[in-house]
Design a protein around this ligand. Structure first.
Ligand SMILES: [Fe+2]
Length: 303
């Protein structure tokens, strides 16, 4: 029997694991069941080579030796910004869809980012959130689904400030209740990946500006979830929650707290299409999810 056929036969026999040969003999490695390309903070706009850059990123991930099964976009798909005209916002979304339509053949699921939400110079963004949901192809601003043995949860981080303008990061009461039920309804042997635009827990939020004021660390509520303690408490009761990924900061970090790994996965646009943002190059993450609930998260520079 040829070696390749032998490995194939053994691989089928052990099920759930792939077999590789090493100097010390055969070793069992968990079987990858889902490959996700995590794109965040694309910030498509009509200038600064944004559309070309997005195209390059899509080509890069589709040309990988092992092509991703799914693109996970955690928001800020367009540049937007509060107070721009509806016409300008519509042109950005049209450009985003034009690039996606012609340059991508992989299914995509999306979270909503703050830049995706159009809002008038003064006033709330409820109309803009509905618009962002329509453009992102999602009926609700948060949802979950099962894919290849993993449960994937897409959260909506963006919450209108009580003053009626601007945003901060949290789940509202209805979303928190839904998340509790969703995790309760997920079998304990099913591993869970959570995605949000704004990080639930992040190290890079301490270095995204002048965070030290009067010898105190200050992290704005618009940079990291203000309800992290509640969410972490909930994750603590579900040890099948393995990985939580986000964007928003445009920086790259990984925090392991209790049994969950939190990855803030840079930005496709880097510094809003002007090169690196601090130490983080424009990129995207390849997330491999394995049958035994393990994962890998690797940031890829596509330039
Ligand atoms: Fe962003």
């Amino acid at each position: 029997m040829q070696r390749r056929n032998l490995l194939k036969t053994i691989g089928m026999a052990v099920g759930g694991y792939s077999v590789s040969a090493s100097a010390s003999g055969f070793s069992l490695a968990p079987k990858r069941i889902l490959r996700i390309a995590h794109l965040t903070d694309i910030h498509v706009q009509p200038h600064l080579w944004a559309a070309k850059g997005f195209e390059k990123c899509l080509h890069h991930l589709q040309n990988l030796e092992v092509k991703p099964d799914l693109i996970l976009n955690t928001g800020d798909s367009v540049m937007g910004s509060s107070g721009i005209s509806k016409e300008k916002a519509a042109r950005e979304w049209a450009l985003y869809h034009k690039v996606l339509g012609s340059e991508n053949s992989i299914p995509m699921v999306s979270c909503i980012g703050n830049h995706d939400i159009w809002c008038p110079p003064t006033g709330s963004f409820s109309e803009g959130k509905k618009w962002a949901m329509d453009e992102s192809g999602t009926a609700g601003s948060y949802r979950s689904f099962d894919k290849n043995g993993w449960h994937i949860i897409l959260l909506d981080s963006i919450h209108c400030r009580p003053e009626g303008t601007g945003y901060y990061a949290r789940l509202d009461e209805a979303q928190m209740d839904w998340l509790k039920k969703d995790l309760n309804n997920t079998p304990s042997h099913t591993p869970v990946l959570v995605a949000s635009h704004i990080p639930i827990l992040s190290a890079s939020v301490f270095f995204d500006g002048d965070n030290l004021k009067n010898n105190q660390w200050v992290v704005p509520g618009s940079w990291m979830h203000t309800d992290s303690a509640q969410i972490l408490g909930l994750f603590n009761r579900h040890d099948n929650v393995k990985l939580a990924v986000s964007g928003h900061i445009h920086l790259l970090d990984r925090v392991v707290y209790n049994s969950v790994t939190y990855c803030c996965n840079g930005a496709v646009s880097g510094n809003y299409w002007m090169g690196k943002y601090k130490q983080t190059s424009p990129g995207y993450a390849i997330i491999d999810l394995f049958e035994d609930g393990s994962f890998s998260n690797q940031y890829v520079n596509y330039h």
